[in-house]
Design a protein around this ligand. Sequence first.
Ligand SMILES: Nc1nc2c(c(=O)[nH]1)N[C@H]1C(S)=C(S)[C@@H](COP(=O)(O)O)O[C@H]1N2
Ligand SMILES: [Mo]
Length: 367
Amino acid sequence: MTSTSERPDELARVAAPDEGISVDELKLAARNHGMPLEALRYDLTPPGLHYLLVHYDIPYVDPASWRLSIGGAVERRIELDLDAVRARPRVTHTVTLECAGNGRARFLPRPISQPWLDEAIGTAEWTGTPLAPILAEAGIAPDAVDVVFTGHDHGTERGVEQDYARALSVADATADDVLLAYEMNGAPLPPQHGAPVRLIAPGWYGMAHVKWLRDIEVVRKQFTGFQNATAYRLKQDADDPGEPVTRIRPKALVVPPGFPDFQTRRRIVEAGDVPLFGRTWSGTGTVTRVEVSTDGGASWLEAELGPRPGPYAWRSWRLTWQADARGDYELCVRATNDRGETQPVDQPWNRQGMANNMAQRVDVTVR
Ligand SMILES: Nc1nc2c(c(=O)[nH]1)N[C@H]1C(S)=C(S)[C@@H](COP(=O)(O)O)O[C@H]1N2
Ligand SMILES: [Mo]
């Protein structure tokens, strides 16, 4: 059973204005790695370079004894083992995942949590079976509201002991593209990415893609578990109930040009034509424009978009920067989607550092 009404007894903390990254934040950062931005070159993120986010520990789940139970407000409870999941219709989607906390460490003041900069992203081919037909076989009760997905991992968060659990509405959980995935890039899921089976909900921020799935429960009331009611919300202050974090906001990233300085990561390029390229994606609408500014946003150069991939995967873009004058520059990159949503150049601050799609900035020296 999934527990409800999980009230935290500790508040999310925001760093003091001059407070550096703490050892506690480093403990999270050392476990949960990002994708080095030079890997934006690949259509599919090579194994091991995909970002990783694990709230508690990576659970050890024996695939031979693994069972998935689908129950709650349904006509008939279903239990599936791994062979039964694999015997069902097989579908592959190429999906760009992004952690909702991406960019959090750039907020001022900084919300204390996993201190991502820009790199909590990756694109993989996820193979599995559609969830909707399984829920249809179970027979969702007409008055059902949410579908709760629970993983095998366990921990405490702000004083609330829990198994990682996240709900989607019945409509979102039964969308055609939601998968019970058992392969990543053609191989069985690796332990850190949710073996043996995880949820894939294309277009949603990472928190919805529950790993190490154990239990799916249909419920008649809106789920009030910690990850829905407390953690993944856009709040301005601690008392604000906030709005739920849902689908990925538009974003573009550039492969940092030239070569880096080891300690500052400042880029060094030779004067002349500098090719700039990267990727862009949006879980709402479709990206229609990518722009780069080299003068602090006073003017923008428009990029050429590459071939349109599937609906859920990032798209390449490129442009040539005529960097004729030597000196120090800050590149700024932003995407716009077909709904007219453009990445902000100023921080869209919120108390937990969620869904930050502030435009990327890269320090470059032209020599
Ligand atoms: N069971 C479980 N599922 C989980 C998480 C978790 O900690 N436990 N983390 C979520 C978050 S916050 C993100 S961003 C994605 C990360 O997926 P990845 O590590 O495969 O990139 O998994 C999601 N699914
Ligand atoms: Mo995340």
